[in-house]
Design a protein around this ligand. Structure first.
Ligand SMILES: Cc1ncc(COP(=O)(O)O)c(C=O)c1O
Length: 491
């Protein structure tokens, strides 16, 4: 018998990376997707199914892209008009990428930032989405066991992208709703000192601006102090700017590229890196177009070599070079996309407000950060997940609990609103309305129960002929209502 055929468990046959949980798909963020997959909402075929509100996809402007494609059939090598380019493009495989593509995407990045930042096409390195870009960043900047600080709440994919295969660690530090989850200098400094005390080598700070899940942008002062912090410590700053083109309201988006350029010579540019992708701003996650942009020549060189593992297909580059090179189209697209996102956000937020649900003030992104803290009996992760299960399985909305974003305060949920049509969003709002009405009835019942219990206790403590408190007595059957702190909601 061969050695390899001996009865060995799967865990001995495969590598540690293959068998560990680094992908993170067992967290509640992905669990909700599974619930959706097994019972997806369809207005006609499955109107009681789960509505997917856990996907940060931008589906509001497909018509604009489709329209451009119809008007420019030669941009695709798979059309009669474009087939003459088929052989050249099908054969091209230089990992620098098509120069026309790098030029067009650099220009698009500038436009998405209101023309206030400059991007050099020669520093654009391709990757398989921002997912691949994050991993390449981690590979270039840190060794296994070294760490990056990251403010909470943060996009759960970072745990997979930055850490899983690289062995790099993320050290979260908490931000709070009391200041709109802004990063403070003291939280950053104490996270750094704590790591030093524990003999962990901190190689940098990782942030997403605009934030996923908050939908907020970092103000110039905070961003500048972050740059100043990494400069003082001589560590890196990676800013994921994947949502930069979704900023639909003031204040304007400030890119880290702007900060670096504002004060030439003030900061060490070699420490500053940007991650970008077309998955959100252009709503094309299926195209897997990511960008690693670094001000550090050595990082650009190394990332470019590594990009062989995750290139963007030349066919896609060719098409996008033409589309993003069309200045009139990109200007109109960005403006219209922002207008539609703003409108969607406003309508959704107003619908929530009507039923007494608040969300964090936001000006960007494809989601809102909904505050259901008042529905939790206790401010714990367990209670938050209990509520989340009811919302997923009974209200039939797949939203994402704050815990999956490592949020330090229980009761926040991320709700995506740009991956569906208006009618589906209205259905979702209707379900939230019904759920909140039940929650309110439940709260009122509980309130009465408490009063009743208090009155009963008081009556017991009074002499037999003492004053009666029947006026505040509630029907005793209420005492038998379930003890769950949460309302049992129906759709
Ligand atoms: C902050 C952030 N970074 C990266 C990604 C991954 O994007 P991509 O589809 O380009 O890999 C996402 C996706 O949701 C994200 O929210």
């Amino acid at each position: 018998m061969f050695m390899g055929m001996r009865q060995t468990g799967e865990f001995e046959l495969l590598s540690r990376i293959a068998t560990n949980d680094g992908h993170g798909e067992n967290c509640s963020y992905f669990d909700g997707w599974k619930a959706y997959d097994s019972d997806p909402f369809h207005p006609k075929h499955n109107p009681k199914g789960v509505i997917q509100m856990g996907l940060a996809e931008n589906q509001l402007c497909f018509d604009l892209i489709e329209d451009w494609l119809k008007r420019n059939p030669e941009a695709s090598i798979c059309t009669r008009e474009g087939i003459s380019q088929f052989r050249d493009i099908g054969n091209f495989q230089d990992y620098h990428g098509l120069s026309s593509f790098r030029r067009a995407i650099a220009r698009f990045m500038e436009k998405a930032r209101g023309g206030r930042a400059r991007f050099d096409p020669d520093r654009v390195v391709m990757s398989g989405g921002a997912t691949g870009a994050q991993e390449t960043m981690a590979f270039c900047l840190a060794n296994p066991g070294e760490a990056f600080l990251i403010p909470t709440p943060y996009y759960p994919g970072f745990d997979r992208d930055f850490r899983w295969r690289t062995g790099v660690e993320l050290l979260p530090f908490d931000c709070y709703s009391s200041n709109k989850f802004k990063i403070t200098q003291s939280a950053l400094e104490s996270a750094y000192q704590e790591a030093v005390k524990n003999n962990v080598r901190v190689k940098g700070v990782l942030v997403a601006n605009p934030s996923n899940p908050l939908g907020t942008t970092m103000d110039r002062e905070t961003l500048r102090s972050l740059v100043s912090f990494v400069n003082d410590k001589n560590i890196h700053l990676v800013v994921d700017e994947i949502f930069s083109g979704t900023v639909f309201d003031s204040p304007d988006f400030v890119s880290v590229a702007e900060i670096v350029e504002d004060e030439p010579g003030r900061f060490n540019r070699d420490l500053i890196h940007v991650v970008y992708s077309l998955s959100k701003d252009l709503g094309l996650p299926g195209f897997r177009v990511g960008v690693i942009y670094s001000f550090n020549d050595a990082v650009v060189r190394c990332a470019r070599r590594m990009s062989s593992f995750g290139l963007v297909s030349t066919q896609t580059q060719h098409l996008l070079a033409a589309m993003l090179g069309d200045e009139e189209f990109t200007s109109k697209y960005l403006a219209e996309s922002r207008r539609r996102l703003s409108e969607r956000r406003r309508t959704f937020e107003a619908g929530l407000r009507e039923v007494g649900v608040r969300s964090l003030d936001s000006n960007a992104g494809l989601f809102c950060w909904m505050d259901l803290r008042h529905l939790l009996e206790a401010k714990t992760v367990e209670e938050e997940l209990k509520l989340w299960r009811i919302i997923v399985h009974e209200v039939k909305l797949n939203i994402s609990p704050g815990a999956s974003f490592h949020c330090s305060e229980s009761g926040w949920f991320r709700v995506c609103f740009a991956n569906m049509d208006k009618e589906t969003m209205d259905t979702a709002l209707g379900r939230i309305r019904a759920f909140m009405a039940r929650a309110e009835r439940h709260r009122a019942t509980n309130e009465k129960k408490k009063k009743w219990a208090a009155a009963a206790a008081l009556r017991l403590s009074l002499p037999r002929n003492g004053r009666r408190y029947d006026d505040i007595l509630i029907s005793p059957h209420l005492a038998m209502s379930p003890h769950s702190p949460l309302v049992r909601a129906a759709t």
